[in-house]
Write a protein that binds this ligand. Structure first.
Ligand code: CU
Length: 307
């Protein structure tokens, strides 16, 4: 049904960057977003101390306009300050050096409140204080909701209209391509809190974009289009990665140089998926090999994929 179809835009980050390493250090909210006007438990994830620091000693979350705080969860050994005014703030501070959050230990800092009645991204700016230095996670994109390219992005909450399933897209990247090469792969992590199906993809960078899977047939690795779409079970992160599910970009409009940013529209559907007719096999060891892990030592010279 068209009614249950919606699109979101994702970024496929720089061709050479996987972006995953950088993302780990960010202060983030869990994937999925929140429905307009709903009560929301915002669990801020801290995955790492500040650069060069040994521990996180404090976290201060500035509440965005339109978010109405109800309360915040206390942390043992941490002082909790709550400011409910406009421009409100929730701050946790470790009381003693024994209470700090060590370097790579992950933790969640939780507050609760009501999200606004209008859809759109909501940005929580978070100041992370460490034993040495601090990081202000406060960068917000000029437009849209992609944090690609931001060094210290604010934590994002996507507020969505009623009845819309949310899908979180993370760590997108595209494999670099050389002039004359007709195809390449794009990769990302998808999480749908209520479950849905990825039915199609389009991008201005390629004439055709399909979701592919890689399967062994005998002792040959083959890839083929997932004509029925890619299932995104509720709450499970499905990773599109080299050697597995991937977005096959064919009929490239030009070479995707290092640093290229590729806009992509993903279409999801909850019901009555109409798969595309006609399947295409792009199999062949060369093609499959080009989807292999980038870290593999054995390198193939770039070869154009042929349909
Ligand atoms: Cu493929």
């Amino acid at each position: 049904m068209n009614a249950s179809t919606f699109t979101i835009k994702t970024i496929a980050a720089c061709a050479m960057l996987t972006g995953a390493a950088a993302a780990l250090a960010h202060v983030t909210l869990p994937p999925g977003g929140a429905t307009v006007g709903s009560d929301y438990n915002a669990a801020f994830r801290v995955g790492h101390a500040c650069e060069g620091a040994k521990a996180t000693t404090g976290l201060a979350v500035r509440l965005p306009k339109g978010f109405v705080l109800s309360d915040a969860q206390a942390r043992k050994g941490w002082k909790l300050d709550v400011q409910k005014s406009v421009d409100g703030e929730v701050r946790w501070t470790a009381e003693t050096p024994q209470d700090v959050l060590p370097g790579k230990e992950r933790a969640e800092f939780v507050l609760r409140g009501k999200v606004p009645g209008t859809p759109g991204p909501l940005w929580f700016k978070v100041l992370q204080t460490c034993d040495v230095g601090s990081v202000d996670w406060a960068e917000v994109p000029a437009s849209g909701s992609s944090t690609a390219g931001l060094k210290s992005p604010a934590a994002k909450l996507e507020v969505v209209a009623q009845g819309v399933a949310t899908v979180d897209v993370r760590d997108g990247w595209v494999r670099q391509s050389v002039p004359g090469q007709s195809g390449t792969g794009a990769f990302m992590k998808l999480t749908a809190p209520t479950g849905t199906k990825l039915v199609s993809i389009s991008t201005p960078a390629a004439g055709v974009a399909e979701v592919h899977e890689i399967k062994m047939e005998g002792d040959t690795m083959k890839m083929r289009e997932l004509t029925g779409g890619l299932d995104l079970p509720a709450g499970q992160t499905v990773e599109l990665k080299p050697g597995g599910y991937h977005v096959m970009m064919m009929d490239l409009k030009g070479a995707l140089a290092k640093g290229a940013v590729v806009p992509m529209t993903l279409k999801f559907e909850d019901a009555e998926v109409r798969g595309r007719e006609g399947r295409q096999d792009l199999a062949g060891p060369e093609a499959a090999g080009r989807h292999a892990r980038r870290r593999r030592r054995r390198r193939r010279s770039p070869q154009a994929l042929s349909n």
